[in-house]
Write a protein that binds this ligand. Structure first.
Ligand SMILES: C[S@@+](CC[C@H](N)C(=O)[O-])C[C@H]1O[C@@H](n2cnc3c(N)ncnc32)[C@H](O)[C@@H]1O
Length: 271
C-alpha cells in the first residue's frame, strides 16, 4: 500500500461549489452510450460524491473511484458499499489493459503531464467496445489563473519557492487544444471521437466568490509550496488584485452577481 502523502486538497473548500461543478459531470455522463451492467472506473474521483451516482445512473456492475489525495479519499471511503469501492492510486500510472467498460475522469487529468501517453494508457484499459469519457478545465487564460501566476513571480513570494520557481499552472502546462485531443483519440484507434469546448456560465453571488472557487483548486499549489503566513499574504494580495482586474475588465462589483465564464473540454470515444 502506498504511503499517504500530505495533501493540500480540502474537501470542504472544494465542495463549496458542488452544484456548479456537477453540471460538467452530468454532461460527461450524458455522452456515454447505454451498456448493460458496465464495470466503471472513475479516475481522480475526489470525495466520491459524483462517483457514487454512477452506480445507479449507469446501472453499473461495479464502480471503482481512484485518487491520490488522502483527504479526499477519507470522505470517499465513507460512501463505499456494495459494488462501490475507492482506492489510492496515481492516475498518471493507471494502466489495466482491456479491463474496463467505462474509463471516466472528471476535472482531474489536468494535474497529469503528458496527456498523449496518459490517454494511450487509459484507452488501452478499455475492454472491446469500452468507452472513455474525460472532462478537463481549459480556463488558464482567465484572470483567476493569470493573476495567481503573475503574483507568484513577484516578491516576496517568488524567492520563497524552491529555486525561485513558482509551481506552474497545471491547466496552462498540461491541457491541450480540443482538436489535439480529437487527433490523439483517433490515432489511438477510436474511430469517431467526440470532443467539444464548452463555456460554463457559473453565476456567483459576487466576484469575491471566484476567489473562494480557486482556493479549492488552482491556488492549492501555492498553499502547498508557501509557509502558512506567506500564503495568507499571497491570498490577500491575490484577492485585491483579482477583484480590481474583474472590475476593470468585466465590470464586476463586489456583492453583486458575477458571471464566472469557465471553459472546459469534454471528450468521448468508444474503442
Ligand atoms: C478537481 S478534483 C475533481 C474530483 C472529482 N472528479 C469531481 O469531479 O468532483 C481533482 C481530483 O484529482 C485528484 N488527482 C490529481 N492528480 C492526481 C493523480 N496524479 N492521481 C490521482 N488523483 C489525482 C485530486 O486529488 C482531486 O481529488
Amino acid at each position: 500500500m502506498p504511503t499517504p502523502i500530505p495533501s493540500p486538497w480540502d474537501p470542504q473548500q472544494y465542495d463549496r461549489f458542488k452544484v456548479e461543478r456537477s453540471k460538467p459531470f452530468d454532461d460527461l455522463v450524458a455522452l456515454l452510450r447505454p451498456r448493460p451492467a458496465p464495470h466503471v472506473v472513475d479516475l481522480g474521483c475526489g470525495t466520491g460524491e459524483l462517483t457514487a451516482t454512477l452506480l445507479e445512473r449507469l446501472g453499473a456492475a461495479e464502480v471503482l473511484g481512484l485518487d491520490n489525495a488522502e483527504t479526499m479519499l477519507a470522505e470517499a471511503r465513507g460512501r463505499a458499499g456494495v459494488r462501490l469501492r475507492f482506492g489510492h492510486a496515481d492516475i498518471a500510472a493507471f494502466y489495466e489493459p482491456g479491463a474496463w467498460d467505462i474509463v471516466l475522469s472528471n476535472a482531474a487529468l489536468q494535474w497529469v503531464p503528458d496527456h498523449a501517453a496518459t490517454l494511450a494508457h487509459w484507452v488501452a484499459s478499455l475492454a472491446p467496445g469500452g468507452q472513455l469519457a474525460v472532462q478537463v478545465p481549459a480556463n488558464a487564460d482567465h484572470p483567476t489563473h493569470l493573476v495567481a501566476d503573475e503574483l507568484a513571480h513577484e516578491e516576496p513570494f517568488r524567492s520563497a519557492f524552491a529555486h525561485g520557481r513558482p509551481p506552474p499552472d497545471v491547466v496552462a502546462a498540461n491541457v491541450l487544444a480540443p482538436e489535439r485531443y480529437a487527433a490523439l483519440l483517433y490515432n489511438l484507434g477510436i474511430p469517431d471521437p467526440q470532443v467539444r469546448l464548452q463555456v460554463y456560465c457559473h453565476l456567483l453571488d459576487g466576484p469575491e466568490q471566484a476567489v473562494e472557487w480557486v482556493k479549492g483548486t488552482t491556488l492549492n499549489r501555492f498553499k502547498a509550496a508557501l509557509p502558512a503566513a506567506l500564503y495568507a499574504e499571497f491570498l490577500a494580495c491575490y484577492r485585491e488584485r483579482l477583484l480590481a482586474r474583474l472590475a476593470r475588465d468585466a465590470g464586476a462589483v463586489e456583492g453583486r452577481p458575477y458571471l464566472y465564464p469557465f471553459k472546459r473540454i469534454l471528450m468521448w470515444g468508444q474503442a
